[in-house]
Design a protein around this ligand. Structure first.
Ligand code: ADP
Length: 179
């Protein structure tokens, strides 16, 4: 599914983020940037050991929740990996919505700072961190839409949803947004 916002494209695909041919892919990291399971493990495996080595050296203190830091893509097709730290879902009363939005926003800013024309996101926080997929879709797509309409870059923002349920949730929100 593809929607045009001004001169930029926002795209939804179902698949594996490690296989995307884009300038930057986003990792759903933990605040220690210590690696883990889920998409984090898949990205580290695909990028090779240089990703962890560089991340440890450049960001020894980790990254606060709601923010993101950049590293190089190692063996990935992507030039960069942006480690984004989303919130753990605690029922929605602990600032989760704003923290998730700011993690996405920071990644889009990093894309501009690193001259990336294309970026791919997973559904941050919706796995082990338990963020409801419908709410995550609303927050992440509204941040991307607003950023593309105001900053007019990057040219392509792609959301890579791992399963059909997540894809459906994102597609419903994007359809409503594009009306
Ligand atoms: P978090 O701890 O932020 O919740 P997870 O890795 O547990 O991170 O899950 C985040 C999302 O990434 C989930 O929706 C999960 O299905 C998805 N996911 C897992 N592996 C991949 C992958 N290889 N490509 C894209 N998305 C993935």
């Amino acid at each position: 599914m593809l929607v045009q916002f001004g001169t930029c494209r926002l795209e939804l695909v179902q698949g594996d983020i490690t296989r995307q041919e884009v300038d930057a892919i986003v990792n759903a990291a933990n605040s220690r940037l210590a690696g883990g399971g889920g998409v984090d493990g898949a990205i580290h495996r695909a990028a090779g050991p240089t990703l962890m080595a560089e991340t440890r050296t450049q960001h020894p203190d980790g990254c606060p929740t709601g923010s993101a830091v950049a590293a190089s893509g190692g063996l990935l097709r992507a030039k960069f990996v942006f480690h984004a730290v989303g919130p753990i879902w605690r029922g929605g009363v602990s600032g989760e919505v704003e923290l998730l939005k700011s993690a996405y926003r920071r990644c889009l800013e990093l894309a501009v700072e690193h001259s990336c024309h294309s970026i791919a996101f997973p559904a941050i926080s919706t796995g082990v961190y338990g963020y409801p997929i419908d709410l995550a879709a609303e927050s992440s797509l509204s941040v991307a839409r607003e950023f593309l309409l105001t900053k007019k870059q990057p040219n392509l923002v792609r959301f890579v949803l791992f399963d059909g349920g997540a894809f459906g949730a994102y597609a419903r929100v994007l359809e409503a947004m594009a009306d």
